[in-house]
Design a protein around this ligand. Structure first.
Ligand code: HSE
Length: 315
């Protein structure tokens, strides 16, 4: 049998408040692993999908047409691995329906592991369109704000209109992301369908201004401007009521020095950006506020320059 290659792909914060569907941030220390090996047959098969506890996953499909990892890997093979057969094992580390880019992490890890099997592997950036095929299946839309940061790491601007090109943004100094995951689930495809189809002109103008200011703040390392611009005035008001602990957690983050705080992707996770020195205390305060609402939770602290997907040892 041929050798297994294992790839790790990190979770990510979609939208980062200011850039709906076009801005994303990679997280460190939490992600999915996908193992890939060549087989004698043609096409992609999924040998197993395991959950966070290591057990076989109760409902994620091993049907290759219904799994984001295999759909992404198959898209890569269709373009660059004619006739090749690949077997995958998917080991989830990112909670499902968490707003942490769970489906993107599986799709990205799958293309990075499968790429290692090709006779002429592609660059990491060139894998983006194939990982997006898996993400599209899961979320029902073409947005790269989880796939792109999971693939290349850091803070990434990825407007649909420029794809497959993406822009890696400069990272401001000494800023961390705190991510709180309440033990709730939000289905991204449903959350996207529920959004208003029209945006008042003034809101659109204001949100554009905030995104431009945020990007300028990152480039100029202007932390004051970063804090003033990190706001979502269009999407968050439509979604925050789906997350029972949202107001309490945001208040706790702000009291602990958050520069800004909003939903991660479509939620239920909530993220804050803050100075490194405030991050641990902020994570505890956000957890405390969430549990006070009767909701179990978990949090992660990550630098803004977390690395993207990579091949790792077979663990
Ligand atoms: N940009 C997407 C959304 C990300 O907010 O619907 C989902 O994680």
């Amino acid at each position: 049998m041929s050798e297994w290659f294992t790839a790790f792909a990190p979770a990510s914060i979609g939208n980062v408040a200011v850039g709906f569907d076009m801005l994303g941030l990679a997280l460190s220390d939490v992600g999915d692993r996908v193992m890939a090996r060549r087989t004698d047959g043609a096409g992609v098969t999924v040998a197993e999908v395991r959950g966070i506890n290591g057990e076989l996953h109760p409902y994620l499909s091993t049907n290759a047409n219904e799994n984001t990892a295999s759909i992404a890997a198959q898209a890569l093979l269709d373009a660059h691995g004619a006739g090749m057969g690949v077997e995958l094992k998917v080991h989830k580390g990112v909670p499902l329906q968490s707003g942490m880019g769970s489906s993107a992490a599986s799709a990205v890890a799958a293309v990075v592991a499968t790429n290692a099997l090709l006779d002429t592997p592609l660059t990491v950036e060139a894998l983006l369109p194939y990982a997006l095929e898996g993400e599209k299946f899961a979320s029902g839309g073409l947005h790269a704000d989880n796939v792109a940061p999971s693939l290349v790491g850091g803070l990434v601007l990825c407007p649909q209109v420029l794809l497959p090109d993406i822009v890696r943004l400069p990272i401001p100094d000494d800023i961390s992301a705190v991510l709180l995951h309440p033990d709730l689930q939000v289905n991204t495809a449903h959350a996207r369908k529920a959004l208003a189809k029209r945006v008042p002109m003034q809101q659109w103008i204001d949100q554009q201004g905030l995104l431009a200011a945020f990007v300028a703040a990152c480039a100029a390392n202007d932390i004051d401007l970063l804090g003033r611009s990190l706001r979502d005035i269009i999407i968050e008001p439509q979604r925050s009521a789906n997350v029972a602990c949202f107001d309490a957690v945001v208040e706790a983050a702000r009291k602990s020095g958050a520069l800004g705080c909003s939903l991660s992707g479509s939620g239920p996770s909530i993220f804050a950006l803050c100075k490194h020195s405030d991050a641990r205390n902020m994570a505890s305060s956000m957890e405390h506020a969430c549990r006070a609402q009767g909701i179990a939770c978990q949090s992660w602290v990550s630098p803004m320059d977390a690395p993207g997907a990579r091949l790792v040892g077979d663990t």
